[in-house]
Design a protein around this ligand. Sequence first.
Ligand code: NAP
Length: 267
Amino acid sequence: MSSYVITGAARGIGFEFVRRFALKSENTVFALVRSRKNDQKLVEMGAKNVYILEADITDVKALKIAAAEVKKVTGGSLDYLINNAAFVEATRKNNNLDGYPEGQDDLLEKDLHDSFNTNVVGVVHTINAFLPLLRRGTAKKVITLSSGMGDAELVLKSGLSNQAPYAISKAALNMVVAKYAAEYKAEGLVFLTISPGLVDTSTKAPTPEEMKAYLEMLAYFRIISPSFEGPITPEKSVSMMIKVIDRWAVEDTGAFVSHYGNNHQWL
Ligand SMILES: NC(=O)c1ccc[n+]([C@@H]2O[C@H](COP(=O)([O-])OP(=O)(O)OC[C@H]3O[C@@H](n4cnc5c(N)ncnc54)[C@H](OP(=O)(O)O)[C@@H]3O)[C@@H](O)[C@H]2O)c1
């Protein structure tokens, strides 16, 4: 019997983590959503062992309230925190660092700030809010979803220079996890940054423009992995990640790995 907190749980990979963990009725699963307005899929799931809590991860007060709710239910402990929520700016045509149109430096700055605010600062606030409970848990695992995009080697080998604000925030996030790991290794807490692979979490059909950008990205990915066939499902990604999470131990705390459990096979 384990307890889990998953952020960004309303859809995509976060929802699939909730669904998987809730399959065992003895588990207690806390699904954190940015807004209760978007929790339909979780409500429809109707699992008795899932508690839906509202918390934007950039809102320290909301995170503290959520942690207090978790404490009430579990009696003061938490086994797993899954930092899944992320800000992904998906509307820009060109988000290379020098690719924003002339005179739109403010948009570049906004994307850099928004990415950092959610993907780095928000995750730090989330970990801090739940740390006291995790320290009293049994598994003591903090799993943070990053991206191969945050791996400098992948960027250099593929030549993928776009999605810069997101990639920069994920690279910084890897360091966040290393810092916590350094601090809490002696106490037996396990911190792991994991990339889920390329996962189809789309909720609607892509526009022709989005499809074009997507195919361009796949072409870059095939430079590093010529046999890459395309995205995997959330079900497959989460299954693979759970195997890695289950076997990860404190000796290797602070690592940044893929859904295969290594640091070179991102696709
Ligand atoms: N999908 C991929 O191919 C891929 C690849 C590499 C890494 N990842 C990483 O895997 C994780 C999940 O990806 P995904 O594709 O499932 O993402 P997604 O479909 O875009 O869902 C992101 C989730 O995060 C929530 N969220 C965003 N900002 C938030 C905030 N400030 N506070 C609380 N929740 C917030 C969203 O809430 P709303 O529902 O309210 O919008 C949504 O539920 C992310 O960390 C992503 O960077 C994904």
